[in-house]
Design a protein around this ligand. Structure first.
Ligand code: NAD
Length: 357
């Protein structure tokens, strides 16, 4: 994938992103801005002073509105005011562990909130392309060694996974009942795995846990060191979302439906492998198995089959496991040493697209 693949795709387009204050949403908004789109975002305010959104000063680059996706009238106002061409829906309660403590809020946001987003979308005449983000955890997990395909059965043990499976059902109902009947609009649901990258400080995620420990000069404690996950750099699935959104604008029928965006098999690695790579990039540190009791149930093995995205979209992961971990560690290290976060993120987007210039 080269810079050419993205250049010009969004110039002058109006892109609305739900969840712009979050980890993936803030990278996506920056990338869209770099590609010449006019970007608006709606979400809850950022949670921490050092969230990627704050560190890169995204509120100066895009039009952000504080808003709760559980509030349909507030959401409708944002759509009516901005009149987007393209919608990326990322807002969610995104943490598996928190979903055990706050199952109702998780379902209200991830299912009810997503209904509101699609409700606002279906009455927005300017919209021509919708990318609706769920998760690789939307599949009923059989602990298979092989990858899930887009037509595999949905399901979910923990409330987060179940909410994402339910959000998929909501999507297909809106698709069948409303969106597929409208001329000139395409919509896709997208399922990606565990993403890593600079500026994520969420609790209970391995990279932020590593960086907090490394900054404090204490060993990185791992709760589930042997759990296997499909790790990928945040820019890899976002590249898929961008390519897909652009194709939906031109050929809505061909590209509508569900899509997986996971890493190559070489990036399906243990939590311990990732922590060790992050430490290698940071320069020093050590891992230690945690004495804490293991957390509530989480799927042990999860792989995605991405043949559809490769064959029909020409998408493929750009950064393998080593590069994804190295770029992530480099971002945190540079910013911890005083580098400008906006320039660090812009630089990584340029490198990802094929170098400067
Ligand atoms: N990070 C991952 O590894 C990963 C993996 C698979 C899928 N996903 C999905 O990708 C999307 C983005 O994930 P992320 O890592 O950026 O999450 P995040 O937690 O960093 O960000 C979540 C965003 O949603 C917003 N939000 C939450 N509740 C809201 C509400 N009620 N109303 C309005 N906004 C609300 C937050 O303000 C924030 O902007 C989510 O849908 C998540 O489930 C993430």
């Amino acid at each position: 994938m080269t810079r050419q693949s993205f250049y010009g795709l969004f110039k002058g387009k109006r892109a609305l992103v739900t969840g712009d204050t979050g980890f993936k949403g803030s990278w996506l908004c920056l990338w869209l801005h770099e590609l010449g789109a006019e970007v608006a975002g709606v979400s809850l305010p950022p949670k921490r002073g050092d969230d990627h959104y704050n560190l890169i000063g995204l509120n100066r680059l895009i039009r952000h509105a504080d808003g709760d996706i559980r509030d349909l009238s507030a959401l409708t106002k944002v759509f009516d005011d901005f009149k987007p061409d393209v919608l990326f829906h990322l807002a969610a309660q995104s943490l598996v562990r928190l979903s055990y403590d706050e199952p109702k809020e998780t379902f209200d946001t991830n299912v009810g909130g997503s209904v509101n987003v699609l409700e606002a979308a279906r009455t927005t005449e300017s919209l021509r392309s919708i990318v609706y983000v769920t998760s690789d955890k939307c599949y009923r997990n059989n602990e298979w060694p092989w990858g899930y395909r887009e037509n595999d059965r949905l399901g979910g043990h923990d409330p987060y996974s179940a909410s994402k499976a339910a959000a998929e059902l909501v999507f297909s109902s809106y698709m069948d009942s409303f969106l597929s009947r409208r001329e000139g609009i395409g919509a896709a649901s997208v399922r990606a795995g565990n993403v890593i990258g600079g500026g994520d400080w969420s609790p209970d995620r391995i990279v932020p846990d590593c960086i907090r420990a490394l900054r404090a000069g204490v060993p990185v404690e791992l709760r589930n060191p042997h759990a296997v996950r499909p790790w990928q750099h945040v820019l890899d699935p976002l590249a898929g979302y961008l390519l897909l959104a652009a194709r939906l604008l031109n050929e809505p029928q061909k590209y509508s439906g569900p899509w997986n965006f996971g890493p190559d098999d070489g990036a399906v690695r243990t939590v311990r492998d990732l922590a060790e790579k992050i430490i290698e990039g940071w320069g020093k540190g050590e891992v230690r198995a945690s004495k804490e009791a293991p957390g509530p149930h989480e799927a042990h093995t999860l792989r995605l089959n991405c043949d559809k995205a490769r064959a029909l979209l020409g998408w493929a992961p750009v950064w393998g496991f080593d590069a994804a971990a190295a770029e992530t560690a480099a971002w945190y290290k540079a910013v911890s040493n005083g580098a400008n976060a906006l320039e660090a993120s812009r630089g990584q987007i340029k490198t990802f697209m094929g170098g400067p210039g």
